[in-house]
Design a protein around this ligand. Structure first.
Ligand code: SF4
Length: 462
């Protein structure tokens, strides 16, 4: 009988993708995926180091798993515990000192070695630790067969690591330098995903638009070239990519937004701050005006593009004037969606030891002011969609009979009663109402079922 594997995923979409690939690596070795930790033989925590106190949260969860293991052992059973992801990479051997009952610690570049690590653990009294940056690529070693169907909207990692070294961020230390997969391997994986039912693919990378992968023509392809090749795949209807750095959004990629109908008109482009002084302290390597000009070019190429961003408030040294510059940039650009956080130090990053750490009360006040403005813009964006007809890609059944949940080209969730349709269908709908995080719609036969013309109508944003 197959042993049961439960993977708990924290953090970003890249971790979601990695968890799927870990399952792919283990299923051929006698594991079957379960969605319950309670009856698993192996539990892996796929961790994220971005949020505050990430490591402490992992240790608390490990404490709970240790208790689960005791209960299982009392019942004559056992449980293996693994830690993967960025906390595993950052903590390494320290993790095994603090939680000696953990069986496997594996960094993000070594998932293909999981079966070998399990064997090593079975043969030894010691835990198996692998946080190398191996010379061989995990992507070349992971099996092609998928442990689970990808769903209508699938993720595909094309790039990993980051060379930007923003002073607040741990990614360059946990994921290593920028590395891109060869285009031919990505195209092959995309075809397999489409054959398995995917209709939308989001290309993932810590710094995805820095993609420079070997092309089948012997040249290095950039992300724009890769997107154009993916757009040729029959059955693939939508392409997205995340997360991008403003400095790497070059003319070719901007042109692709204007010319590739399958590339959806929604872009997450983190700016973090509207103050040049703070952007420089963050080592972001672009100014607020350069960000503005990039957005202008994007909007010229794709007038209906909607934008999302990340903001950090209360970065060390941020004055009230710096914060006002962030508000001014938000007012000027208008975001459909955004993620905003108070700055919190990450151990080992340069910003953690900078002078001028901002008082928490001030951070809280600034964050509330920024979030009020962003919420107003996002509400206005949602409201402006009401009354429009849009193509919606249906992803899954909704809560009610006949109801389905899908997404607009701008990534808005839509609930639609469409008993004759199913997941994977691209249908035309009339948006009838806007709620906090979703839209309501009704199907209309005459609505467009292809992506809107890239040159039509600007997305409304306050
Ligand atoms: S570009 Fe993104 S991933 Fe890279 S260091 Fe900066 S914040 Fe981190």
């Amino acid at each position: 009988m197959a042993k049961k594997l439960f993977i708990k995923t924290y953090g970003c979409q890249m971790n979601v993708y990695d968890s799927g690939r870990m399952a792919d690596a283990l299923v051929p070795h006698g594991y079957a995926v379960t969605d319950r930790a309670d009856d698993a033989d192996l539990v892996i925590l796929n961790t994220c180091h971005i949020r505050e106190k990430a490591a402490e949260k992992v240790y608390s969860e490990l404490g709970r798993l240790q208790q689960l293991r005791r209960r299982r052992q009392e019942a004559g059973d056992d449980l293996l515990i693994g830690v993967a992801g960025c906390v595993a990479q950052a903590e390494g051997a320290v993790l095994l000192e603090r939680a000696p009952y953990v069986d496997i610690v594996v960094g993000p570049q070594s998932y293909h070695r999981l079966p070998e690590l399990l064997h090593r653990r079975a043969r030894s009294r010691n835990a198996a630790l692998d946080i190398d940056f191996p010379l061989e690529s995990k992507f070349d070693r992971l099996p092609e067969e998928m442990a689970a169907a990808p769903g209508v909207a699938a993720f595909l990692t094309v790039q990993e690591g980051c060379d930007k070294f923003c002073t607040f961020c741990v990614v360059p230390y946990t994921r290593g330098v920028e590395a891109s997969r060869p285009a031919i391997a990505i195209l092959a994986e995309a075809r397999r995903l489409v054959a398995a039912g995917a209709r939308e693919i989001t290309l993932l990378g810590q710094n995805v638009n820095a993609y420079r992968g070997a092309g089948p023509d012997g040249r290095n392809w950039d992300l724009a070239r890769l997107i154009r090749a993916l757009a040729e795949i029959d059955g693939l209807q939508r392409i997205r990519y995340t997360t991008s750095h403003p400095r790497d959004l070059g003319p070719e990629l901007i042109a692709a937004h204007g010319e590739v109908a399958k590339l959806m008109p929604f872009l997450h482009l983190p700016v973090q701050s509207g103050s040049d002084r703070i952007l420089s302290a963050m080592n972001r390597r672009h100014s607020a005006d350069e960000y503005r000009r990039t957005i202008e070019r994007l909007r010229r190429a794709r007038p209906d593009i909607a934008l999302s961003s990340d903001f950090i408030v209360g970065f060390p040294g941020e004055s009230d004037g710096d914060f006002r510059a962030t508000l001014a940039l938000v007012e000027e650009i208008g975001f459909a969606q955004a993620f905003s956080f108070k700055y919190s130090p990450r151990p080992g990053t340069p910003a953690a030891s900078m002078r001028g750490q901002v008082n928490d009360r001030i951070k809280t006040e600034r964050l509330a002011e920024l979030q009020a403005l962003l919420a107003q813009q996002s509400d206005a964006f949602q409201q402006a969609t009401v009354g429009r007809t849009l193509p919606v890609l249906l992803e899954r059944p909704g809560r009610y009979p006949g109801q389905l949940v899908g997404r607009t080209p701008h990534l808005q969730a839509v609930h639609v009663a469409a008993p004759d349709a199913g997941p994977g269908d691209l249908i035309g709908v009339l948006i009838t109402a806007s709620h906090a995080h979703s839209l309501a719609a009704e199907p209309i036969a005459s609505a467009p079922v292809v992506a809107p013309d890239p040159q039509q109508g600007r997305a409304a944003c306050a």
